[in-house]
Design a protein around this ligand. Structure first.
Ligand SMILES: NC(=O)C1=CN([C@@H]2O[C@H](COP(=O)(O)OP(=O)(O)OC[C@H]3O[C@@H](n4cnc5c(N)ncnc54)[C@H](O)[C@@H]3O)[C@@H](O)[C@H]2O)C=CC1
Ligand SMILES: O=C(O)C(=O)COP(=O)(O)O
Length: 410
């Protein structure tokens, strides 16, 4: 007799938050996943804890904080999808400890951020934000003092990853000279040059733009000391993460007119919803472009992200592949036609693989294929077996000491 132990697709619940693109819903439905709870906005923490209780998959953007205590409520959670680049809003270790891979879209909104930054550079070099504010107030100050072209100016990029390097290419196409600082050695694109010290980049660039992730090592990277190192009259841009910049020190540099202007898209504390007032000492400056964390928010980016992350959900749910997960051993798997596929996630301790294989020896079941990947904390084993009856196998796999979770796929 064949026993069906894998969860029926219609029972697998997807909780999608923050208005992720319709493409995501279309892809999930086309793959047979119809149990989708969709929210246009982020949920309040208590609502989130309630909604996530019976969710198998959760999709979110930068506003939803999946802290360890929220993850602890999510007893059925199989995977998390960040429909964005940053994954700092998710406690990646807490997710991993529960056997939950986290996926993101590492470059679907790269171009959108780079284009916004380029636009800001052009506007700030011409003093347009201040001119615009003045004319809106009825002031007619027809002056070109300090108005500059970007051609030949020195752009300093901090963090030469996907976004930094994309910005480098389009800035060079306008004739800018690009320099960058990165903690890793990076291939410079075009004529860009890597500098070995952040101080040199800060003190020599006409424009400084930050493109580093939120990490313990980037917290307050631009503190008062570093802000003081900026070249007098330079433009400062942050579309990375709010925690990277000391906003009070930046406000002071602007108040003292040490820098020409700034463009800031991300803030240490961002309003949780449109109902909350945005407070910042930067609001007082006409020469500062302030945007509500919309660097990656274009139609193109959101479409691409919706497609990319939904496909990763389907791939993991249907096939077990964890390729490009940000917190999990990565396994890229072929299709499993004519076999049953079992997944086993366990603490990385000696002897577990042996115990797993022993179960198949004792049950006299042939392993058609086996895939294993580990990191220092966990191991992820995928086993394709030539049997239809996986019920007993799953029970035995779950009983192995050190098991975090075991599943059988369709
Ligand atoms: N404003 C918005 O809407 C958006 C913001 N972002 C933010 O932009 C960040 C960067 O994105 P990507 O370029 O895709 O990331 P990436 O991971 O491709 O590149 C980051 C680069 O920063 C470097 N880095 C790390 N620590 C550093 C340090 N202390 N000093 C100098 N370099 C350092 C890394 O080596 C890497 O080359 C994301 O982590 C995210 O927080 C991303 C998309 C949209
Ligand atoms: O992709 C990222 O890291 C972003 O910051 C974009 O966030 P969002 O999806 O606009 O909430």
């Amino acid at each position: 007799m064949t026993t069906k132990v894998s969860l029926d697709k219609s029972k697998i619940k997807f909780l999608l938050l923050e208005g992720v693109h319709q493409n995501a819903l279309d892809i999930l439905k086309a793959a047979g996943y119809t149990n989708i709870e969709y929210h246009k906005k982020a949920l309040e923490p208590e609502e989130l804890k309630e909604a996530i209780k019976d969710a198998h998959f959760v999709g979110l953007r930068s506003r939803t904080h999946l802290t360890a205590d929220v993850i602890a409520e999510a007893k059925k959670l199989i995977a998390v999808g960040c429909f964005c680049i940053g994954t700092n809003q998710v406690d990646l270790n807490a997710a991993k400890a529960r056997g939950i891979p986290v996926f993101n879209a590492p470059f679907s909104n790269t171009r959108s951020v780079a284009e916004l930054v380029l636009g800001e550079i052009l506007l700030l070099m011409r003093n347009i934000p201040a001119a615009n504010a003045q004319v809106h107030r009825g002031e007619w100050n027809k002056s070109a003092v300090g108005s500059r072209e970007v051609r030949g100016k020195r752009l300093g990029i901090v963090g030469y990853g996907h976004i930094g390097s994309q910005l480098s290419i389009i800035a060079e196409s306008l004739g800018m000279n690009v320099f960058f600082y990165d903690v890793e050695t990076k291939l410079p694109l075009g004529n860009a040059q890597q500098l070995s010290s952040l101080e040199e980049l800060l003190s020599t660039s006409d424009i400084v733009s930050l493109h580093v992730p939120e990490l313990p090592s980037t917290k307050n990277l631009m503190n008062a000391k570093r802000i003081a190192q900026l070249k007098p009259g330079c433009i400062f841009i942050n579309a990375a993460r709010g925690t990277v910049v000391d906003i009070d020190a930046l406000a002071e540099a602007l108040a003292q007119k040490k820098i020409r202007g700034a463009a800031i898209d991300v803030f240490p504390v961002e309003p949780a919803s449109a109902d909350e007032m945005f407070e910042s000492p930067l609001r007082q400056f006409d020469n500062v472009i302030l945007t509500p964390h919309i660097g990656g928010s274009t139609t193109e980016a959101q479409e691409n992200i919706g497609t990319e992350v939904a496909n990763k959900f389907v791939k993991y749910s249907d096939n077990g592949s964890t390729l490009s997960s940000v917190n999990f051993p990565e396994v890229s798997l072929p299709e499993h036609i004519g076999t049953k596929r079992l997944l086993h996630i366990h603490h990385n301790k000696p002897g577990i693989l042996n115990k797993i294989n022993q179960i198949f020896v004792e049950s006299n079941i042939n392993i058609a294929a086996q895939y294993l990947q580990t990191d220092p904390q966990i191991g992820y084993v995928v086993i394709d077996v030539e049997t239809e009856n996986t019920d007993g196998l799953l029970t035995k796999l779950k009983a192995i000491e050190g098991t975090i979770r075991a599943r059988v796929l369709f």
